[in-house]
Design a protein around this ligand. Structure first.
Ligand SMILES: NC(=O)c1ccc[n+]([C@@H]2O[C@H](COP(=O)([O-])OP(=O)(O)OC[C@H]3O[C@@H](n4cnc5c(N)ncnc54)[C@H](O)[C@@H]3O)[C@@H](O)[C@H]2O)c1
Length: 328
């Protein structure tokens, strides 16, 4: 059995707590949240204790932690958990500042604890099957990757202000996907971005519409398109084109029912939003973490993946500001 302590009983914390319960080899022992009511509700649902960080991390029965608290708390909690010798499952991003991520990684290295960064999209069954075919050589040499990632609607402006900006908050998932699908590191980033969805997002200093091209040393490139609003639902698609063919993974719908009539053909909208679209991915990523740590293997993606995707986000932010390509 792997015993967990969970930090942050919010939206994503509830999902991971439910997935601990679904995994036959894991149990939730402690829930820690500065919001006592949120901690109490989640702990009661899973038969866990409401604890503070010191007592939870001091419990020798705890093997691992899940960090799903607000991003600005990740660094302190990861470092505390590492020093307590607990394996760490940390939500993305590790931090919004690459210097601080490097500090976290040096504590991870010094303490030698397993460290996992929760880039859940890698565990979506369709994306995982597509990536495996790419690595198996089914499209030959990868030349072009196209990632489309559009949210159904923008978050509140209060969220935007603390988010670190679209590239670090939203596109960071796509930067990780790009590295994973390309199979080589981007060396140059060119970004264009606008505010077209909500003027309040622009007033808060952020963008809501962006396109980025990443180029690798071999000459392959990846194009990522993000929008904070798609009227037809959560738009999550991937295409990989290479010398021997093309692979594509499309949107998921609630049902496969298709209506055909005189005016055209219609299906359900894509699943809306990430909690539904990536429900399986969240379950599988936690199962993989438990399996890897149980076998004494290094969980993946790890700290280096967290850092590299943030460096791409930093470069894209700089490129969108300067209008020039930025080397990575
Ligand atoms: N991988 C994904 O798809 C995905 C999706 C959503 C959120 N996230 C990430 O997960 C994290 C949480 O996001 P959310 O949407 O669940 O936020 P949320 O606001 O719903 O929940 C965060 C919780 O953390 C608690 N908290 C704040 N400071 C704390 C501390 N010091 N100790 C313990 N708890 C504390 C808050 O009270 C709140 O209950 C963020 O880093 C976010 O980027 C990832």
């Amino acid at each position: 059995m792997m015993n967990f302590c969970l930090f942050g009983a919010g939206r994503i914390g509830k999902i991971h707590a439910a997935n601990v319960a679904l995994n036959g080899n894991a149990a939730l022992r402690h829930v820690v949240d500065v919001d006592a009511a949120a901690a109490g509700d989640l702990a009661a649902r899973h038969g866990a204790a409401v604890s503070d960080a010191d007592s939870a991390l001091g419990d020798p029965a705890v093997d691992a932690v899940i960090i799903t608290s607000s991003t600005d708390t990740h660094k302190t909690l990861v470092e505390q958990a590492c020093r307590a010798g607990k394996a760490v499952f940390c939500e993305k991003p590790v931090d919004l500042d690459s210097a601080r991520v490097r500090e976290v990684l040096s504590v991870v290295e010094e303490t030698g604890v397993p460290f996992f960064v929760a880039f859940n999209r890698r565990f979506d069954p369709s994306f995982a099957a597509l990536q495996k075919k790419v690595r198996d050589g089914r499209v030959g040499k990868v030349e072009q990757v196209i990632i489309t990632s559009r949210d159904p609607g923008p978050p509140p402006v209060g969220y935007i202000k603390a988010s670190g900006g679209l590239f670090r908050d939203m596109m960071i998932h796509d930067f990780d996907m790009a590295r994973w699908l390309l199979g080589e590191e981007p060396t140059e980033v060119y970004a264009v971005a606008s505010c077209m969805v909500d003027p309040a997002i622009g007033e808060a200093g952020d963008v809501d519409t962006a396109a980025v091209t990443l180029r690798t040393a071999s000459g392959a490139f990846c194009q990522i398109t993000n929008s904070r609003r798609a009227v037809y639902g959560y738009d999550q698609r991937v295409e990989v084109f290479g010398s021997a063919g093309m692979l594509r993974a499309g949107n998921r719908t609630a049902t496969t029912v298709e209506y055909s009539g005189g005016e055209g053909v219609a299906t359900d909208k894509p699943l809306d939003f990430f909690l539904e679209r990536y429900a399986e991915a969240y379950r599988i990523e936690l199962d993989r973490f438990i399996e890897a740590v149980g076998k004494g293997e290094k969980p993946s993606p790890g700290g280096e993946d967290g850092l590299r995707s943030l460096l791409l986000a930093d470069a894209a932010t700089e490129s969108a500001r300067s209008g020039k390509p930025v080397p990575v």
